[in-house]
Write a protein that binds this ligand. Structure first.
Ligand SMILES: NC(=O)C1=CN([C@@H]2O[C@H](COP(=O)(O)OP(=O)(O)OC[C@H]3O[C@@H](n4cnc5c(N)ncnc54)[C@H](OP(=O)(O)O)[C@@H]3O)[C@@H](O)[C@H]2O)C=CC1
Ligand SMILES: Nc1nc(=O)c2c([nH]1)NC[C@@H]1CN(c3ccc(C(=O)N[C@@H](CCC(=O)O)C(=O)O)cc3)C=[N+]21
Length: 206
């Protein structure tokens, strides 16, 4: 076995920190071991693996030719899975990073997003970010995957992002859709991490 991913969130009676700390560093393909996250947070240290969703966000930016250095970036959300590691990655890439969260005032959230060249939305709130908040030409990465009722669908629901795509796509320079945006790239980054981890293990054992 070359990689281990513990699907989060865990049920309440299981201690997430204990479980994640038990994962071998060399198999931590999600990059959630405290040592990997700690290295991500520190200057001049390189974690063995980067968390898949934040890595997917940066991959989408770089493949679209969006430069990060010196840009104003806002991350909406500060979870261990997405918001916090995404902001650390942007910081490592030399962006000027602001993080907004559930305790940020609505007016601050809106005004900070309005000034951002790069928006990473990971709040889990359907369509909370309006088109009028987006700076013209900004790069908008929508991580939110929220199911909303839709009686016209056989399933009875559909997936929407944290950004109002219809409005925001008229103003943004780049924007990812939901579904079909960050989600599939996250899966790709998981496979990439797993392959790279396997190669590294083979090299070290020879
Ligand atoms: N496509 C993909 O690969 C992935 C998609 N997701 C999706 O991304 C979204 C976020 O996931 P996850 O980070 O795990 O969710 P969490 O619920 O763990 O975190 C949500 C974060 O958003 C903040 N928040 C909540 N409401 C607001 C608001 N109104 N304004 C600003 N910030 C707010 C919370 O603040 P506070 O800290 O104060 O509570 C929290 O930090 C979900 O829709 C999830 O389904 C998640 C992982 C991968
Ligand atoms: N340890 C851990 N690591 C994670 O990376 C992790 C996790 N736990 N827990 C849950 C969240 C959620 N997440 C998604 C990944 C892909 C899609 C994805 O591919 N979505 C498709 C749609 C899928 C559908 O239609 O249902 C899309 O956006 O196009 C969504 C969500 C990873 N997470």
């Amino acid at each position: 076995m070359v990689g281990i991913l513990v699907q989060l969130p865990l049920p309440k009676h299981i201690n997430e920190e204990k479980v994640l700390t038990e994962i071998s560093l060399a198999k931590d393909v999600d990059g959630f071991h405290p040592l990997n996250i700690g290295k991500l947070a520190m200057k001049g240290r390189d974690p063995l693996f980067l968390p898949c969703t934040p890595k997917a966000c940066l991959e989408l930016l770089s493949r679209s030719g969006v430069s990060i250095k010196g840009k104003r970036a806002v991350v909406v959300g500060r979870s261990n899975i997405v918001g916090l590691p995404a902001s650390l990655l942007l910081l490592k890439a030399d962006a000027t990073v602001t993080i907004v969260h559930s305790q940020t005032s609505q007016s601050d959230t809106e005004s900070i997003i309005r000034e951002a060249d790069i928006v990473i939305a990971a709040a889990g709130q359907a369509k909370m970010i309006k088109g009028s908040w987006i700076k013209p030409g900004a790069a908008v990465i929508d991580v939110g995957t929220n199911s909303v009722d839709d009686p016209t669908r056989k399933s009875g629901y559909r997936l929407v992002g944290d950004v109002d795509f219809e409005e925001a796509s008229k103003v943004a320079g780049w924007i990812t859709p939901v579904p079909g945006g960050v989600g599939p790239m996250t899966v790709t980054m998981l496979l990439k991490n797993t392959l790279e981890g396997a190669k590294r293990n083979i090299e070290q054992n020879n």
